[in-house]
Each structure stands twice: as C-alpha cells, then as structure tokens.
Design a binder for this molecule. Structure first.
Ligand code: C2E
Ligand code: CA
Ligand code: CA
Length: 417
C-alpha cells in the first residue's frame, strides 16, 4: 500500500487523539502513520516521506515550534496541519513562524476539533494540491536535503531551465482582471520543480541574481506583449477596449538586483521593444535591505518611478517591509502580506491588521493588494474595506503561460455574463 499518493504522518503525544486523526485521515484517502514522540516522528519522516503532517503544538518532551524549526532545517516539503489546544493567537503565531521558515502550512485546527472539521481540511488540501504532489524523483532523504550550489545555478541558467508561472490579480470590487504576477520556477532534471525560496537566496549571494532577473524580465515582458496584449478576446471588446491597456505585469525584484548599474536602461529597452508602456510594469520589492546601500537604491527606485514604472512594497506587515521603507521609498502599491490574509477567516486581529494597512496605503495615495486570498469570505471582507486588488488560490494558483492566458479568456467571458 506504499504507493498511495497521500501519506499523513501524525505527531501527537496523546495516543487516543493520534488514533482519531489517523482514522479520519484514512477515511479521507490517506495512508497514515501515528507517532507519539519526536524521535519516532523524525525517523518515520526520513524513511516514509509523507506528503502531509499533522502536528500537535504542545507536547511534554519537545514543543511543536521546535519540531517546526527542525522540519524547516530539513527542508521538509510536506503540507503541515497544526493542531493544538492553545489559544488562536498562539496558533496563529506558530503558523506565521512556520511560514517564515519556508514550511508549507495546510491549516490550523484548534483542539478540541470535530472530526468533520479535520476531514474537510484534509479533503480540501488533498483535492487542491494537483500536480504539486508529483512523485519525488529522489526519494532518498539525503539527496532531498539539498543545498543549491553556485555551479548548479550557473549550469541551470546556461541550460535554460528556469520557467515562469503567472498568477492573476483581480479587482476586489467586481473581480475584473487587473493583471498578473510573474513567479519563477526551476525545472531541475534531477530534483523536479524547485520553488524560488530554495534558489533565489543562493542566486542573491553568488552574484547570479542579476542575469536571472534579466531573464525573468525579458521572458515575462515577451509573454505579456505577445500573448496577453495581443489576445483577440481581450481586445475584441469595444465597450471595454481599454482593458488590455490597463492590465499590469508584476515582477519581483530582489534588492540585490538594484546593484545592476544598467538595470533601468535594460528594462526601458525591453518595454520599448515590446511596445509596453512602463506604467504597465510593477516591480515588487521585499526586504528592501537596499539598506546595505540605501542611497543608491533610493536613487535607482526614484529613477524607475520617474520613468513611469510602478513600484510595490511586497510582504507588507512582516519584518522585511517596514513603515520606514514605505515612507522613505517612492512606492505606488502596498501588498498586504499573505500571512494576515490567509488567517483572516479565523483571526479578528489579522482582519484588523489588513484594514489598517489598506487605510494606511490609501491615505498615502497607494494602490492596495491583498495576496494569499484563499476563501470567499476574505474576498468579501476585502471588498467591504475597499482594498483595491486581490490575488490568491481562491482566484487562481500561479499558472504556466498558456494556462494563464486561457484562464484570462475564461474569466473575461464569465465576467461579461
Ligand atoms: P511573493 O512575491 O510574496 O510571492 C507570492 C507567493 O505566494 C508565491 O509563492 C505564490 O505562489 C504564493 N501564493 C499566492 N497566492 C497564495 C495563496 O492564496 N495561498 C498560499 N499559501 N500561497 C499563495 P512562490 O512562487 O513560491 O514564491 C515565493 C517567493 O519567491 C516570492 O514571494 C518572491 O519573494 C520570490 N520570487 C518568486 N519569483 C521571483 C522572481 O522572479 N524574482 C525574485 N527576485 N524573487 C522571486
Ligand atoms: Ca511578490
Ligand atoms: Ca508577497
């Protein structure tokens, strides 16, 4: 039975609860294994390679947060369900810390939970994972705990192994299409699809971020100009002829790319060659640790804005994007971090944070985007507080170029009806 696609590993010091979760998991089509100590948990993790983990946050020998830290160190890619009897603020803090560690959190279930609640979460997560559960080409745990090296990234650039996916952004008010965010993936022949969190930081430190960023810019502008803006359905639309003119393409910029002296000329040339108005391009910046060289980054960002490009402060509300940077740098958009948006349905505090960021953004004359929108109630809430744009799995996952275009066509057709 080891060929079941979905494997749930449980860590709970209470055997009865572990057994209950196990039964629920099995009824949802998971193969399950229950452990009651961190030792047996990590041993099973290495040997069995689960796709999902259910983790109790409070245990006598080791607290759940320590387990999460260890899972992050092991670069665990399983989807994690956190369960516990602690208050929702503590659960939320644990979830945020896990996300910051790069772990993939499927959900948080406060104890005591009803079997229905847990089953619903497991079913939802299993159904929505799709190709994310491609079998690992290297089940050997030693090989999965990889460190990406400079040489590998160099070779990947040479062999053209980077691909872009595009995630749609819509207006909260009427769900009209507003644009796309380009997100990079590495299709590594040995490891499968590698997420950016695992190679962008390496590219940043080994000096490869500049060529990688240029590649991403070149390719995404080409797609945007050739496919999206030239798409007949998006144009053949007399009463909304300005739609294609208004669509934006968001591109992530690492602060380190700002050291590339000819950067502005490069983007400007790319836009001119593709006949794209700079206003359609939004550069998203996180961790404006442009702090390393605050003066020249301020210069560069100001020049970008003066050329007409838009600038977005990404992950706002986290430690990486502060109020100081929001005021100091010439942003045109603020993106509410997904940790607040994803926890909005169960946390009044998160909703309060989102509302304050939206108000702050508007009072500074900025466009506001909420990312990580996963459920209809959150979208409704964003509409109520007049957040401008929404992005998230509820609307669409990031999609390969041709699927993103097909999505836009379908979306427009249903939008018109
Ligand atoms: P980000 O810029 O904050 O991108 C949003 C991330 O959230 C994406 O992850 C996206 O897949 C994910 N996401 C979007 N909606 C939802 C949702 O509803 N729920 C959940 N759980 N997640 C959602 P991804 O593609 O893995 O990218 C991770 C980070 O890697 C990005 O965070 C960005 O900082 C960096 N990155 C991605 N592409 C590039 C790139 O081309 N250049 C640079 N410099 N960094 C990039
Ligand atoms: Ca972004
Ligand atoms: Ca973000």
């Amino acid at each position: 039975m080891d060929n079941n696609k979905y494997k749930l590993l449980i860590l709970d010091d209470d055997t009865l609860i572990a057994r209950t979760i196990s039964v629920i998991g099995e009824s949802s089509g998971f193969e399950t294994r229950a452990t009651t100590s961190p030792e047996s948990f990590f041993k099973t993790l290495d040997e069995w390679q689960p796709t999902h983990i259910a983790l109790d946050l409070i245990m006598p020998d080791m607290d759940g947060v320590e387990v999460l830290v260890e899972l992050a160190r092991k670069e665990c890619t399983a989807r994690i369900l956190i369960t516990s009897g602690v208050g929702s603020r503590v659960l939320d803090a644990a979830r945020r810390s896990a996300v910051e560690h790069g772990l993939s959190i499927a959900g948080v279930v406060p104890k005591p939970f009803s079997p229905g609640q847990l089953r619903e979460l497991l079913n939802k997560d299993r159904d929505s994972r799709g190709d994310a559960l491609e079998p690992d080409p290297h089940p050997d745990p030693a090989r999965r705990r990889f460190e990406v090296t400079t040489e590998e990234l160099e070779a990947a650039l040479e062999r053209d192994e980077f691909e872009l996916v595009y995630q749609p952004k819509v207006k909260c008010a009427d769900s009209d299409l507003a644009g796309f965010e380009a997100l990079v993936r590495w299709r590594c022949p040995q490891r499968g699809l590698v997420p950016p969190a695992l190679f962008i930081p390496v590219a940043e430190t080994c000096g490869l971020i500049a060529p990688l960023t240029r590649l991403i810019i070149r390719r995404s502008i080409e797609w945007f100009a050739r496919e999206v803006r030239a798409c007949p359905e998006l144009n053949d639309n007399p009463w909304r002829s300005s739609l294609v003119e208004r669509l934006t393409l968001s591109i992530n910029l690492s602060a380190r790319s700002l050291g590339d002296a000819e950067f502005i000329e490069f983007v400007h040339e790319q836009c001119a060659a593709a006949s794209i108005d700079p206003f359609c391009l939004v550069f998203e910046l996180t961790e404006t640790s442009a702090m390393e060289d605050p003066v020249s980054s301020l210069d560069l960002l100001t020049r970008l804005r003066m050329k007409g490009f838009q600038l977005s402060i990404d992950d706002f509300g986290t430690g990486y994007s502060s109020m100081l940077q929001l005021v100091r740098l010439p942003f045109s958009e603020v993106k509410v971090d997904k940790s607040f948006v994803m926890s909005a349905p169960r946390s009044e505090e998160s909703r309060a944070v989102i509302r304050s960021i939206v108000e702050l953004g508007h009072s500074l004359g900025l466009r506001t985007t909420a990312e990580g929108v996963e459920d209809p109630d959150t979208l409704e809430y964003l509409k109520e507080i007049e957040c401008d744009l929404a992005q998230g799995f509820l609307i669409s996952r990031p999609l390969p170029a041709d699927e993103a275009l097909a999505w836009a066509r379908r979306h427009l057709n249903s939008w018109r009806e």
